[in-house]
Design a protein around this ligand. Sequence first.
Ligand code: ASC
Length: 150
Amino acid sequence: MKQTLSTLATVLAISLALPVQAQFAKPEDATKYRKASFNVMAAHFGRLGAMANGRAPYDAKAAVDNAEVVSVMAKLPWSAFVEGSDKGDTRAKPEIWKESAKFKDAADKMQAEMVKLNTAAKAGNIDALKVAFGPAAASCKACHDAFRKD
Ligand code: ASC
């Protein structure tokens, strides 16, 4: 029993450490998935922006909750930029697949900024949130400028 539990714990620890890897039956499913994850992220990021920019009152708990969602969602879209999903209902530029190392750098940078934003939200003060929000928004914009059609 003890042995079984410890094996189970090991399996669980390994599976939690694996990066999220969604599977898609069709390229359109991948496109829908990445758009959905960006949309959820944007909704929660926008709430943080409203607080950071003084358009909404600062609420420490709401900041933590929103930043948590943002940092989790930030991990999701990348595995959905599959081959063949450059066509159809997407603003993804071909450069995503042609300059994949550059795209990965931009994606990694964004995720790192969202982790910092999450840490800042947990600090529990508006100034920390303001400091982290600017670079986080800039990391969204940098990727949009290079890799998204408007
Ligand atoms: C947002 C949002 C984005 C980013 C970007 C920052 O709130 O939806 O995509 O910020 O506009 O420049």
